[in-house]
Design a protein around this ligand. Structure first.
Ligand code: ZN
Length: 342
């Protein structure tokens, strides 16, 4: 098959990319590079356009849900901003891990209660990463977190994107937080958002839809999701599954495949703040191939290679060992700030 495939540069041009629809973009970021807003009542969400976090601002303390490294110290600023506006304290008393990937949990010190799935603790103890201290409070199936009169339901429904990814339900805020499954307004990145359990990943939105909620906090990109976003995601994944079955049954390779393999991974057009970055980044195929042509070995826990940054200053790592070129290449596409890849 390969010998009869036409050369990439001699094939007709592929159709151009469809412009990114306006509905995919979220609100503008402030000068410091973040956006914080209310989900409902005292539940807030934060984005830097790449990752998302959330927090409950209660009279007894702030409960943080994930501390993504790309947002870094802007999480502190977002909490301070909201606490001042709401007239409550800004002390972060609890941190909930959605799973073991996000790596800036250390920014809030040791004097907080860290909560996560038992597998999250096991994996973080194994990884021994100073940016991701293991949770001390763990659960296996379900856990109700009550702080400052608010209630949060944590539940584990099996592996999906990672072995330990949990569902974080805010029943009194009409919200569900499920990270790295549905990228609201966008398709998943490669390997179905780097999922370790593909059937689990495919089934996760059904689990999510079984909860009552209106606001979906998906963990990436610039806006919150809706139930319609999950329906659309489901249709997209079902289309891929059906097409894959059809292709396997036909026994033929799609004639566009050689051209697609030669394509760069998008051009970042109409993506504010990423235009220059997209030009500098190597093409997808270059990133994932060794110079000799062999693919880079697949490794799990790619998110582990995140390092905290402080977006308000010239971007630099705050902690962690030097990031190797290979590690930088594995930074998930959604983030991949080249400033980290020093
Ligand atoms: Zn992850």
């Amino acid at each position: 098959m390969a010998s009869s495939s036409p050369r990439v540069d001699s094939t007709p041009q592929l159709p151009d990319y469809v412009p990114v629809p306006e509905a995919a973009f979220g609100p503008a970021l402030n000068e410091q590079g973040y956006f914080v807003s209310r989900v409902e009542r005292n539940l807030f969400w934060v984005t830097d356009g790449t990752c998302q976090s959330a927090f409950l601002a209660t009279p007894d303390g702030v409960v943080l849900f994930d501390a993504p490294p790309t947002i870094g110290h802007n999480l502190r600023r977002a909490v301070d901003e909201v606490a001042a506006a709401e007239g409550i304290g800004n002390t972060v008393t609890h941190l909930v891990y959605s799973h073991h990937h996000a790596g800036a949990a250390n920014l809030f010190g040791d004097d907080i209660v860290r909560i996560g799935h038992a597998e999250t603790r096991r994996l973080l103890l194994r990884d021994n990463d100073a940016t991701r201290p293991a949770p001390e409070v763990t659960f296996e199936d379900r856990c109700t977190l009550q702080v400052g009169g608010e209630r949060v339901e944590l539940a584990y429904h099996g592996p999906n994107h990672s072995p330990d990814n949990i569902y974080i339900h805010f029943p009194d805020h009409d919200a569900l937080m499920l990270i790295d499954i549905v990228n609201s307004g966008w398709v998943p990145i490669y390997n179905l958002n780097l999922s370790e359990d593909v059937p689990g990943y495919i089934g996760a939105p059904d689990q999510a839809m079984a909860y009552p909620w209106k606001h979906y906090i998906g963990g990436h990109l610039g806006r919150l999701g809706t139930r319609d976003d999950l329906v659309l995601h489901h249709q997209y994944i079902a289309d891929i599954v059906d097409s894959a079955h059809a292709a396997l049954a036909s026994g033929r390779s799609n004639p566009l495949l050689p051209q697609v393999r030669g394509e760069r991974l998008g051009r970042g057009e109409r993506l504010p703040r990423r235009r220059h970055r997209a030009r500098r980044r190597a093409g997808h195929r270059q990133v994932h191939r060794r110079p000799g042509g062999r693919r880079r070995p697949r490794v799990h826990h790619q998110h582990d290679l995140h390092h905290p940054v402080d977006p308000s200053r010239p971007r630099h790592r705050l902690t962690g060992p030097p990031m190797t070129e290979g590690a930088a290449a594995w930074h998930p596409v959604l983030g991949a700030p080249t400033e980290v890849a020093v």
